[in-house]
Design a protein around this ligand. Structure first.
Ligand SMILES: Cc1cc2nc3c(=O)[nH]c(=O)nc-3n(C[C@H](O)[C@H](O)[C@H](O)COP(=O)(O)OP(=O)(O)OC[C@H]3O[C@@H](n4cnc5c(N)ncnc54)[C@H](O)[C@@H]3O)c2cc1C
Length: 454
């Protein structure tokens, strides 16, 4: 009977283990830290809730308003009330804490029959030509001791769901990928400050917050996650960039207290090899985060599920051992389904994040209702959205205009930055004089930014 080890108990590993367990395949899922809080913004698309049967109780906030904030502090509000119906509040972006979601998904896989091992996999012997059987050595922490008990397990297939620093990827010689680094502070706000972020998330673009991506303020249960990311080559700038996000959001964060500081890599593209022998990579281990948006949770869960479904099918529900060729079928299906999405988002990142002028144009474009609908339809539902010819022409013209602005013109002087704060500077300065943000990275005693940076 087939034996499968899933290394990693994040969304990719749990979703893989769940499918295997449902098919009665002997499955072990290894997670080194059962209360692991993966550094993450925790934003998920609506379709994930239904597709992965997530209970609403694990979602902290249902975001229906998104504020895009340009380098010159021009704000564009994207309200789902305007994009969709005012009366029907069913569309939202889910905001959750990863420690809550991961524990839920992992426990569900275990309840369905997967053997959940609280263990750190430290070594993988891959057999002749890396074809197995595979011997995993791991520290078993289930007894609650800090050092763990060394154990081994032999299996026929390994699913590497162990994130960006994947040990499975190393064992199978999957090759490296370029990565970004992301930094995040969780800032607890008093309830009256939190009200502003009730159902609102903010995205900041500008070279002060990220030369490559965007900075964010995402609301959670009783705090906001404030963070930014940049490519590995700009890694040394990360704290200055974080300071940039804090500075821009300062007016809304006074009286905050940093309760957690987190940082992690984000893969930039798939690894050169994602299946070797009977070992397959999924989620971040494979490199399935999209450019532009940095979205990886849905793709991790989906890839874990698709890989496991392939194993169930090829093994005739665990009766035979699938071959490398069988496992590679999962890759074919994956690339066919999502290849275009990755390419489009890569191109968008190249066009719109290349300069502050391009970023201004990008935010200006987001003011258009067709652009908002297209963006949200494709994000929330993960499907390619058909446009009518007029929308296509308009979007093409807007894109050409945006490219022209980005490449040849500074941001138009006709931009009238909307005041990005709900308070006056005097009021904010008074508040800052009493108490700014407690803890976290050191931020100079700055006044809140109001002036256009163009
Ligand atoms: C700061 C930041 C913000 C982000 N924000 C978002 C966002 O808002 N929305 C979004 O969609 N994506 C976001 N992402 C990306 C998202 O976090 C990842 O794409 C996603 O977590 C990938 O899931 P995964 O299951 O593949 O890997 P992971 O979530 O990394 O899970 C891997 C698991 O494996 C375990 N593990 C690792 N090695 C071993 C081992 N040897 N033995 C046992 N266990 C092991 C780890 O403890 C971990 O639990 C963000 C990433 C970062 C860094």
């Amino acid at each position: 009977m087939l034996r499968v080890a899933v290394v990693g108990g994040g969304p990719s590993g749990s979703c893989a283990a769940e499918i295997l367990a449902k098919a009665n395949i002997k499955t072990w899922i290894f997670e080194r830290k059962l209360d692991n809080a993966k550094p993450c913004g925790g934003a998920i698309p609506l379709c994930m809730v239904e597709e992965f049967d997530l209970p609403e109780s694990i979602i902290d906030r249902k975001v229906r308003n998104m504020k895009m904030i340009s380098p010159s502090n021009r704000e564009v509000d994207i309200r789902l009330d305007n994009v969709y119906s005012k009366d029907d509040k069913s569309e939202y972006i889910g905001m959750l804490r990863r420690e809550v979601m991961d524990a839920f998904m992992r426990n569900r896989a275990a309840e369905l029959g997967a053997n959940l091992v609280n263990g750190l996999v430290t070594k993988i012997e891959t057999g002749t030509n890396r074809e197995g059987p595979y011997t995993l050595t791991y520290s078993d922490y289930s007894a609650g001791e800090a050092t763990g008990e060394m154990k081994t397990l032999e299996v026929d297939i390994i699913i590497g769901a162990d994130g960006a620093n994947s040990r499975v990827a190393k064992a199978m010689d999957a090759g490296d990928y370029n990565y970004a680094v992301a930094f995040q502070e969780r800032i607890k706000l008093p309830p009256e400050e939190m009200k502003y972020y009730e159902d609102l998330a903010e995205m900041y673009v500008g070279s002060d917050v990220s030369p490559d991506f965007y900075g964010w303020v995402f609301p959670k249960y009783d705090h906001v996650a404030v963070g930014t990311g940049t490519m590995r080559k700009n890694q040394s700038l990360i704290k200055d960039l974080q300071e940039g996000v804090r500075d821009r959001a300062m007016k809304r964060l006074v009286h905050g207290e940093v309760i957690k500081i987190e940082a992690h890599q984000i893969p930039e593209h798939p690894r050169p090899r994602r299946v070797v022998g009977r070992m397959a990579l999924v989620g971040d281990a494979a490199g399935y985060v999209t450019k532009s948006s940095g979205e990886g949770i849905y793709f991790a869960a989906k890839s874990g599920r698709m890989c496991a479904e392939q194993i169930v099918e090829s093994s005739k529900r665990g009766q035979t051992i699938p071959t490398e060729g069988d496992l590679k079928k999962y890759l074919k299906k994956w690339d066919r389904k999502y290849g275009a999405t990755y390419t489009v988002l890569s191109i968008l990142q190249f066009i719109f994040y290349r300069s502050d002028a391009a970023r201004e144009a990008f935010v200006a474009m987001c003011d258009d209702m067709d652009v908002q609908r297209l963006t949200f339809d494709s994000y929330l539902y993960k499907k390619v959205v058909a446009m009518n010819p007029w929308q296509q022409i308009k979007l093409t013209l807007l894109t050409i205009d945006a490219i022209a602005r980005g490449l040849v013109r500074p941001p138009s002087s006709s931009y009238k930055p909307v005041p990005s704060a709900v308070r006056s500077d005097e009021e904010v300065n008074k508040m800052l004089a009493i108490k700014g943000i407690t803890g976290g990275i050191k931020v100079g005693n700055k006044k809140p930014s109001t002036a256009s940076k163009s």
